[in-house]
Design a protein around this ligand. Structure first.
Ligand SMILES: Cc1cc2nc3c(=O)[nH]c(=O)nc-3n(C[C@H](O)[C@H](O)[C@H](O)COP(=O)(O)OP(=O)(O)OC[C@H]3O[C@@H](n4cnc5c(N)ncnc54)[C@H](O)[C@@H]3O)c2cc1C
Length: 448
């Protein structure tokens, strides 16, 4: 087998709380590598699944191909850092099942590996009588989803026992909700994978799946910079580019990814004592996002947000980031046009909140009245990869796809994770188990 060409570097990663040494391997234009399984995408979902497959099948030769210079550069490194309990999701959905399971697996993993986390808990607060009915529905959902330890808090006095500066009519208290640095967790998964003999190739942007004409390794993965890798089977976990990767192997483009930027505000250091744990609103059931919330971070800071505005570039973290081709693509997609017509007022409102911070602060003051405009400044942003179908429906659940019609041999060897929005990080270890099961049943590679 061809030798890996490239540079071996030792680098420090982590964000303040934990620091870990991870090897990174950059591929060069040397002879083609051959792998039993290749995972495209070094976010938390791809890395967790690669790790799971390598643990189950240590004899398999495996690699992760990631277009950036390190793991977790996109969604997995730009999120709220919450370990979700599983309250919101439709009972029976993959999100409900995998979030509840993922939380348990995550806490066990953190304890085993010494990953720093905090079980700070979470309040979902109804601030008006109209929201109480929806809050009760959420509580019922949580019970159906087997969320542990939830409690309904009746009245402001009970709410204040948990969060002294929070006001509200009723609230759900979830003590098992926690916070963690999901980018750091991804690095841990990557280290496990490499420790078990897996390879991670950075700066490898996959731009094609072709028939290699090699019966043993039928899939040829090519990169933008001319590198090549051969594989028997492939899994893609491309986040914001999952639709494009699926299309490359013969799947339909739909559902398409529409990027929604979520901007955070930073609470002034002198005011971080205003909140102890996570404070969330009762979400609007028409939208897949949870609403602007207060979230303590592992480094002691407090983030407020994120909102949800259309990003003019898939990986556009600043408001000035625009990619005309991607924007045109989104704006001319029938699904997006239908969605915009349904939610035109809500969309304009979100933009106004994004521009005028005082409007966003006003929303947050419903929960913590002491909060002032002067206490916040603009902070980082993340971009959500949200799948949207042609009819204008946001795909609510996790979604996987494979080209099955038998047109190309190659397409039948590539499985795609096409929609893994929040709570994808919390669910990562459970998604990994489910996808590993799916790979085993579809591809039969587990027979030696
Ligand atoms: C603002 C925000 C807040 C969130 N908050 C939470 C939270 O509190 N808790 C929670 O559980 N979840 C949260 N989520 C969701 C969570 O972050 C995602 O579900 C999760 O990170 C998805 O992981 P992923 O691996 O699918 O995607 P990503 O992390 O985006 O990884 C995809 C990877 O694929 C790579 N890639 C793409 N195309 C190619 C290509 N052609 N070749 C090679 N590599 C490629 C990308 O570079 C990227 O590294 C949040 C998300 C956002 C955006």
């Amino acid at each position: 087998m061809a030798r890996v060409g490239g540079v071996l570097k030792l680098g420090k990663i982590g964000s303040g709380v934990g620091v870990l040494n991870v090897r990174s391997l950059a591929i060069s234009a040397n002879p083609t590598q051959e792998y039993d399984i290749v995972v495209v995408g070094g976010g938390i979902v791809g890395t967790a699944t690669a790790r799971e497959l390598k643990i189950r099948h240590p004899h398999l030769n495996m690699a992760i191909l990631e277009k950036e210079h390190k793991l977790a550069v996109h969604q997995s490194g730009h999120n709220s850092g919450v370990i979700h309990a599983g309250i919101y999701y439709t009972p029976g959905s993959l999100k409900a099942k995998l979030c509840v399971e993922g939380l348990q697996l995550s806490y066990k993993y953190f304890a085993d590996k010494g990953v720093p986390y905090k079980k700070v808990g979470k309040l979902i607060v109804a601030t008006s009588d109209e929201e109480v009915g929806r809050l009760h529905n959420l509580y019922e959902r949580g019970l159906k989803n087997n969320v542990e330890g939830m409690k309904l808090l009746k009245g402001e006095a009970e709410i204040k026992e948990v969060e002294p500066n929070c006001r509200g009519v009723e609230a759900i208290w979830s003590p098992i909700t926690g916070i963690v640095d999901w980018a750091l967790v991804t690095q841990y998964y990557g280290k496990d994978f490499e420790g078990d003999g897996g390879k991670i190739h950075f700066r490898f942007e996959v731009n094609g799946f072709k028939d290699s004409q090699n019966p043993e390794y039928p899939v040829l993965l090519t990169s933008k910079s001319g590198d090549k890798v051969l594989a028997k089977y492939v899994l893609t976990c491309g986040g914001l580019f999952s639709d494009k990767l699926a299309e490359l192997s013969g799947c339909p483009r739909d559902p398409r990814i529409v990027p929604f930027r979520g901007e955070y505000l930073l609470l002034d250091e002198s005011k971080t004592n205003l909140v102890k744990g996570n404070i969330y609103p009762v979400p609007d059931p028409r939208f897949p996002f949870l609403g602007v919330h207060f979230t303590p971070r592992m480094d002691g800071s407090v983030w407020l947000g994120p909102n949800a505005v259309l990003a003019f570039k898939r990986e556009g973290y600043r408001r000035s980031d625009i990619n005309l081709r991607e924007l045109f693509d989104a704006l001319t997609y029938p699904g997006f046009i239908k969605l915009s017509m349904k939610f035109v007022t809500a969309g304009i409102k979100e933009y106004l909140y994004s521009i005028f911070l005082s409007l966003q602060v006003k929303q947050l003051q419903k929960f913590v009245p002491q909060l002032k405009r002067a206490d916040v400044r603009r902070g980082p942003a993340g971009v959500r990869a949200q799948a949207l179908d042609r009819k204008g429906n946001l795909v609510d659940d996790f979604y996987f796809d494979m080209y099955k019609k038998g047109k190309t041999e190659v397409g039948q060897r590539v499985l795609h994770c096409r929609n893994a929005p929040s709570p994808g990080a919390t669910s990562s270890l459970a998604i990994a188990k489910m996808m590993a099961d799916k790979m085993e049943s579809e591809f039969k590679f587990n027979k030696r």
